[in-house]
Design a protein around this ligand. Structure first.
Ligand SMILES: NC(=O)c1ccc[n+]([C@@H]2O[C@H](COP(=O)([O-])OP(=O)(O)OC[C@H]3O[C@@H](n4cnc5c(N)ncnc54)[C@H](OP(=O)(O)O)[C@@H]3O)[C@@H](O)[C@H]2O)c1
Length: 307
């Protein structure tokens, strides 16, 4: 298939592009700079320009493609954020999804794949969830546009026959993620605090496995169609358990605990809410796909060996 990827130059998109090319697909990536054009071409992909926020440019950029993957994100790099910091990411999720689904319908592609996030299940008080579990009714501000994005995709699937698959990813980590590197450094220095008791569950997915799940969904899209699928390693662990394991692995100091009220003051209520919401994703609906790193233990061992 000829597969268009918005976000082809990101941590997830680059991995997906390489896997699809290795699997015999053609890849067309959205390039917003000369450097990214060169990067995509060096991978063996075709680079096309355009703004995600311009419907006609997205129709032009996706011309001749059989599948469209929306993997673009712009997560603010700082921890304490306001709604303004999320504005571009909100636009990528909503206007981006609207324009790319529009292009998908215009070209009558066989697959539209939407990246989404597991966090929108909200606080399930540690219960086991699956992709049928209703989403939280109230969402903190960084997550509202993820629900709006899913609604855009679902409405076009329902009313216009968009051939859509949504993948809700757990928290990404990988050796080349600045976020992961920052976390490892903080753990090494004993500066990664555990908010409250740390007994809430943390659902994770190594970036290599997130990418292999996307490639699997492209190859098996007919059997996965018109559904949301949760993508994690299916071995959630408590936040405190993960941080303690990382401290052991890196020779870091014993992590301390931080009262939730203090964490809210420093990190903001929205982030604390997202981090401490508790649920366990243990059901794999991508029958035939398995993560290479079955839990955070093997995954972070690989990460720490690489950085
Ligand atoms: N589930 C999760 O935990 C989760 C979910 C999403 C993101 N993240 C964060 O992101 C990292 C994961 O990798 P990722 O690939 O999602 O993010 P990434 O490496 O930041 O890549 C983002 C991609 O989106 C593109 N993009 C950004 N703004 C755009 C815009 N306005 N229009 C079109 N494309 C745009 C970027 O293109 P350019 O190269 O042109 O900027 C890039 O290709 C993690 O380290 C984490 O910090 C985490």
């Amino acid at each position: 298939m000829k597969v268009f990827i918005a976000g082809a130059t990101g941590l997830l998109g680059k991995r997906v592009g390489k896997l699809l090319l290795a699997g015999g697909h053609q890849v067309v990536g959205l390039a917003r700079s000369e450097a990214n054009r060169a990067l995509l071409e060096s991978m063996g992909a075709e680079a096309r320009p355009g703004s995600l926020f311009d419907k006609n440019e997205m129709i032009a950029a996706t011309e001749g493609c059989d599948a469209i993957l929306h993997l673009a994100t712009k997560i603010p790099p700082k921890t304490r954020t306001t709604p303004k910091d999320w504005r571009e990411n909100d636009r990528i999720r909503t206007e981006g999804a609207d324009n790319l689904t529009g292009a998908a319908l215009h070209h009558k592609v066989g697959l539209y794949l939407q990246q989404s996030i597991l966090f929108i299940y909200g606080d399930q008080q540690g219960r086991v969830i699956n992709s049928q579990t209703p989403l939280a009714k109230r969402q903190p501000f960084p997550l509202r546009s993820a629900v709006a994005m899913e609604n855009i995709v679902n409405e076009k699937a329902r009313e216009q026959g968009l051939p859509a698959i949504t993948l809700r990813f757990a928290g990404f980590y990988g050796p080349d993620s600045a976020q992961t590197q920052g976390m490892i450094q903080a753990v090494r220095k004993g500066k990664m605090p555990i908010i409250g008791r740390g007994d809430y569950y943390y659902n994770l997915i190594h970036l290599d496995d997130a990418a292999s799940a996307v490639a699997f969904a492209v190859d098996n899209h007919e059997s996965l169609m018109h559904q949301a699928h949760n993508v994690s390693d299916f071995h959630p662990a408590t936040f405190a358990g993960v941080i303690r394991y990382l401290a052991e692995l890196t020779g870091g100091k014993k992590p301390g605990h931080f009262p939730a009220w203090l964490a809210r003051l420093f990190l903001g209520g929205a982030l604390v809410e997202v981090l401490t919401n508790s649920y366990q994703n243990r059901t794999n609906t991508l029958a035939g796909w398995q993560p290479a790193y079955p839990s955070y233990r093997e995954g972070f061992e690989q990460v720490v060996s690489q950085i």
